[in-house]
Design a protein around this ligand. Structure first.
Ligand code: 6PG
Length: 484
């Protein structure tokens, strides 16, 4: 009997099931497998009933159903489970077969797995899949990387099931070698953290500062969603603020204010420190979640530490417009920082990343999808080697328009004692980035003073290092000069 399966999918949690149904809708025959076999039965007797989906009760059976080269996708918990499944599948495969990891895996693991499978004649694909349950079912954003020979074999399925932008372009393209797909997904998640934190700060200022109700804020977000901020996260915030609990009160106000995190934001931050790229906004977003999780300490401190009264007496309509400007300008900074990190990673890990294509992949289907990403795509299309998003004429203009309101919000938040770490760090980054001279001359002097770490001089060529005996007590021997 000729095998019929186009692809197998391991992992029948909600994302896996939805992706299978999406593939089935697009005319592909999918073989479904799960370690706990009862889940296969439940799925086959439930959502998969009456479809072309084939249920498999063992890995051997799953592989037997597949056409060659076999395509096997895993949607299992990132980490050891991925390696375990890979080792269980390998004995049933033949050279040229393809294993795809669609979970939120660490990109270094994907680099390692590409090599591991390549050494066994197999092709690995590590792909980011974004969009949550709904995205998986109706069209996610898909960011595949891995062994390039695999791409022609997975392209048709991935592009068919992915989200599409207005002109029909799929939100899925080959990102690059080995870990590039999971890297780009990690940056997506970091940016997602930043976008969410910015929205939370806007909400906090409106609620604590302006004393607005959830219904009033619902209206503001509905309005913002019609302009430049039009995006999935603004849209769901609008809906969340309008959502009532069974007693008719806004549910959002009953939710405990401690944020969880599964780790991708933290990975972005760790990687940025390794590559020396200041993604300060994502950093504040990650640490804001950490501060939020210190609930008991905060409750205790709130009884002891006093600050100003939060009420903001400014003209409400004008201040809401200022908050919108602060949100929009900070968002531009966050994406500029994210793309700076992508550029550094491309050079460090040897990937040929196409920034316009990445913006297009994020334009639809994923959690950070927005109109705004269309503008980023245009910026990179106009100038492929654009050194920084902030230098693109459109974004330069937009920041100029927002500056007054943005500064007013950061200053007011500080005066009123309302934390706005992401708005503030974005403004600080902007001011530092546009500064010809920063106070690091003094810092270099300090390093040289206490540790003979040497400095360069403005009246000499770069690369020439000097040491001064600042106290008359030290010697003239300097330490070696290197940067971590
Ligand atoms: C997506 C999301 C998805 C997941 C986040 C949640 O793109 O669909 O990013 O991958 O919901 O990783 O992350 P935290 O639990 O860390 O907030």
């Amino acid at each position: 009997m000729e095998p019929k399966g186009d692809i197998a999918l391991i992992g029948l949690a909600v994302m896996g099931q939805n992706l299978i149904l999406n593939m089935n809708d697009n005319g592909f025959t999918v073989v479904a497998y799960n370690r706990t076999i009862s889940k296969v039965d439940d799925f086959m007797n439930g959502e998969a009933k009456g479809t072309n989906i084939i249920g498999a009760r063992s890995i051997e059976e799953m592989v037997k159903h597949l056409k060659r080269p076999r395509r096997i996708m895993m949607l299992v918990k990132a980490g050891q489970a991925v390696d375990d499944f890979i080792d269980q599948i390998i004995p049933y495969l033949e050279p040229g077969d393809i294993i795809i990891d669609g979970g939120n895996s660490l990109f270094q693991d994907s680099i390692r797995r590409t090599e591991y499978l390549n050494a066994r004649g197999l092709l690995f694909v590590g792909t980011g899949v974004s969009g949550g349950e709904e995205g998986a079912r109706r069209g996610p954003s898909i960011m595949p990387g891995g062994h390039p020979d695999a791409w022609p074999h997975v392209k048709d399925i991935f592009q068919a099931i992915s989200a599409k932008v207005e002109d029909g372009s799929p939100c899925c393209d080959w990102v690059g070698n080995d870990g590039a797909g999971h890297y780009v997904k990690m940056i997506h998640n970091g940016i997602e953290y930043g976008d969410m934190q910015l929205i939370c700060e806007a909400y906090h200022l409106m609620k604590e500062g302006l004393g607005m109700s959830a219904d009033e804020m619902h209206e503001v977000f509905a309005d913002w969603n019609k302009g430049e901020l039009d995006s999935y996260l603004i849209e769901i915030t609008r809906d969340i603020l309008g959502f009532k609990d069974i007693d008719g009160e806004p549910l959002v106000e009953k939710i405990l204010d401690t944020a969880g995190q599964k780790g991708t934001g933290k990975w972005t931050l760790i990687n940025s420190a390794e590559l020396g790229i200041p993604i300060t906004l994502i950093g504040e977003a990650v640490y804001s979640r950490c501060i939020s999780a210190m609930k008991e300490e905060r409750v205790a401190a709130s009884k002891k530490l006093r600050g100003p009264k939060p009420a903001i007496r400014n003209d409400r309509t004008k201040f809401i417009e200022d908050i919108r400007s602060a949100l929009y300008a900070s968002k531009i900074i966050s994406y500029a920082q994210g793309f700076m990190l992508l550029r550094a990673a491309a050079s460090d890990y040897g990937w040929k990343l196409k920034y316009g294509e990445i913006a297009l992949m994020w334009r639809g289907g994923c959690i950070i999808r927005s109109q705004f990403l269309g503008k980023i795509k245009e910026a990179f299309e106009k100038r492929k080697r654009l050194p920084n998003l902030l230098l693109d004429p459109h974004f330069k203009r937009e920041i100029r328009k927002c500056q007054r309101g943005w500064r007013n919000v950061v200053a007011t938040a500080a005066k009123k004692g309302i934390p706005a770490p992401a708005f503030s760090t974005a403004l600080n980054f902007f001011d530092a980035f546009r500064s010809e001279r920063l106070p690091a001359n003094l810092l270099q002097a300090q390093r040289d003073y206490f540790g003979a770490h040497t400095y360069e001089r403005i009246d000499h060529e770069r690369g020439e290092f000097f040491h001064t005996n600042w106290t008359g007590r030290g010697g003239n021997v300097s330490s070696t000069t290197y940067d971590a």
